[in-house]
Design a protein around this ligand. Structure first.
Ligand code: NAP
Length: 283
C-alpha cells in the first residue's frame, strides 16, 4: 500500500534490535498530546537488509521519514541524497525524511545533548573550561562536536581502546588531548565538565570506575546513559555536591526535530513526558 492511499502520515524507528527503543513511546505521546493523526512504529532491520530498506523508502512512500538507531546510523548516512552539515561532520544520520523525492538526513544527537543541558543547567556553557569526555563511540562523536560548538576548546578524551579516540579526533578534525584509559581519574584534574558517553553504568553493564576528587568544585557532571536515570557516576557526583544532569533529556530532545519535520508541529519536552518515560524505564 502506498502512502497516497493512506490518510495518516507514518514514521519509523529502524534498528537491530529495535524492541528496546523508547522512540515509539516518545512520538506516540506527542501525537496524542498534540491531537495529530499519525503513526510511529519500530521496524527491525537486519544488517544484511539495511541498504535495501533505505533504498525502498522513497519508492514505497510507506513512511514520511523516521529515526535510525544502532547499528544503522552510518548506513543511513550513505543512503541519503542530501544531509545537513551536522550529519556530514559526524558521518552518521539518526533522522530521515523524504523531500523532493529524495532521502534526506540529519543527526540530532548533539542538539539533544545541548538542549538537555540548556534546559536543566542553564548557563552551563557560559565560561567553557576544560571538558573531559569518557568514551569514543558513536554518541561521543555528536557530544564532541556539540561541545566544540558551545566554545569548549580544551577537551580531553579517554577511551578503553585508545586508538579509537585518536581516530575519532582525526575524523572530526579536532585537537583533542587523548589520554590512556588507566589515567582516566587523573584526566579529571581541573575539569569543569565531565560526560560519560560509554555504556558503562547502564543497567546490565559494569559500572564506570572513576574517582571524581580531582574535578573542579564547580564542575558539571552528566551521563548520556539514562537507564538507570541516576547512574553510579551521577550518584557519586551528587554526593560530592557537584551539579548533575541525567541523560534522559538528551533522548527526549533529540527526538523533537524529527517529529516537527514529519508531523508539522514542534513538540515540547515536559515533566509529564519525562514521567511517562521514567515509568516505562522502571517497569
Ligand atoms: P558505541 O558506539 O558502541 O560506543 C560504546 C563506547 O563504550 C565505546 O567508547 C566503548 O569503548 C565503551 N565501552 C563499552 N564497554 C566498555 C567497557 N567494558 N569498558 C570500557 N569502555 C567500554 O555506543 P554509542 O552509540 O556511543 O552509545 C553509548 C551509550 O550511550 C549507550 O549506553 C547508549 O544507550 C547511550 N546513548 C544515549 C543517548 C541518549 O539520548 N541519552 C544517545 C545515544 C547513546 P571501546 O571503544 O573501547 O569499545
Amino acid at each position: 500500500m502506498t502512502r497516497s492511499s493512506q490518510s495518516a502520515p507514518r514514521a519509523f524507528v529502524a534498528g537491530w534490535p529495535v524492541a528496546h527503543s523508547r522512540s515509539p513511546l516518545i512520538h506516540r505521546y506527542w501525537l496524542k498530546e498534540l491531537g495529530i493523526e499519525g503513526a510511529y512504529d519500530p521496524v527491525a532491520v537486519a544488517p544484511k537488509e539495511v541498504d535495501e530498506f533505505f533504498q525502498n523508502l522513497v519508492k514505497s512512500s510507506e513512511f514520511i521519514g523516521g529515526n535510525v538507531t544502532i547499528p544503522h546510523k552510518e548506513a543511513a548516512f550513505r543512503a541519503c541524497a542530501l544531509v545537513t552539515d551536522t550529519a556530514r561532520r559526524l558521518g552518521a544520520v539518526n533522522t530521515l525524511w523524504i523531500e523532493n523525492n529524495q532521502l534526506r538526513g540529519d543527526n540530532t544527537d548533539g542538539a539533544g545533548f545541548t538542549a538537555n543541558l540548556d534546559q536543566n543547567a542553564e548557563g552551563w556553557d557560559a565560561n567553557p573550561g576544560r571538558a573531559v569526555v569518557i568514551g569514543a563511540g558513536g554518541a561521543a562523536r555528536a557530544v564532541l562536536v556539540a561541545l566544540e560548538a558551545r566554545g569548549f576548546e580544551q577537551i580531553r578524551i579517554v577511551n578503553r581502546t585508545r586508538p579509537k579516540a585518536e581516530a575519532l579526533a582525526r575524523f572530526l578534525g579536532m585537537e583533542l588531548e587523548v589520554l590512556p584509559w588507566e589515567n582516566r581519574t587523573r584526566a579529571l584534574a581541573d575539569a569543569t565538565f565531565l560526560v560519560n558517553t560509554t555504556s558503562l553504568g547502564m543497567t546490565g553493564q559494569p559500572p564506570l570506575d572513576l574517582d571524581l576528587s580531582a574535578l573542579a568544585e564547580t564542575a558539571l557532571v552528566t551521563d548520556i546513559v539514562y537507564s538507570p536515570l541516576r547512574t553510579g557516576l551521577l550518584l557519586e557526583a551528587a554526593q560530592k555536591r557537584l551539579q548533575i544532569v541525567d541523560g534522559l533529556g538528551m533522548l527526549l530532545h533529540q527526538a523533537a526535530p524529527g517529529f516537527a519535520r514529519w508531523f508539522g508541529k514542534v513538540p515540547q519536552v515536559t515533566e509529564k513526558l519525562r514521567s511517562v518515560l521514567l515509568a516505562d524505564l522502571e517497569a
